[in-house]
Design a protein around this ligand. Sequence first.
Ligand code: CU
Length: 277
Amino acid sequence: MAAVAVAGALLLTGCGEQLRGGFLPEPITSEGAEYLTFWNGTWIAAWAIGIFMWVLIFWCVIAYRRRSEDEIPTQFRYHVPFEILYTAVPILLVLTLFGQTVKVENTLLHIQEDPDVVVNVAGKKWSWDFNYVNEDVYETGVQAYTLNEGREGVPETLPTLVLPVDSRVEFVLTSRDVIHSFWVPQFLIKLDMIPGRVNIFQVTTTQEGTFDGKCAELCGSYHSEMLFNVSVVSQEEYDAHIESLRDAGQTGQLGPELDQYELQSDQDEPLRGRSGN
Ligand SMILES: [Cu+2]
């Protein structure tokens, strides 16, 4: 009852919005929304179990306290029903959490055939190239300069990834040099970009607006300036944006010829026995 009262009070205050959002960025994809439900469910379960255990602990401490100097409380052991209970209940909890985790992970990493939009995002020290694969146009960015000038005016200098709303979008993640990580906080998922490898995930956009994107893997001196914008717009605006890239002559793809790393000839050998790596 105390928990319900506290939760009720929080929901009625300004904290309520954040509490319902699990103190996470507001999801802008259907996968993000599903993840948020799982996250909140996990916390509700954890609090319910925690409160139940605290009540039991304090009840024991108070109800079975020693009442006089020479009294010893009733001693008992090998209480089989209890032992079965505190073995079975945690196993059930762990299995439930495990099952739900697998279910949500499968949703987040599900790759659908024929997505509406495919974007090859290449991370580079310290910015991004966006190749719109089906449209055969590209956008390229340079590093943001936030350290000296602060945040003001910076978003206009950043590369913008434009996506249509209510669409299935595939990100094909590659790197031109070192390990980066493609992170749009409001997707509630991020994935590493590893030189020589291709990582893929898809989202279904549900909300129009302009959102922040950044690198989430410490990749060098200007990692913190590796920023971009994500603009989710109507299909018409998306088509117009693609046209504007075409008109600007940004046709074709910024391919692997721009990569700065060299594949090592011994890369397929096991790491064991190699030195200096
Ligand atoms: Cu980076």
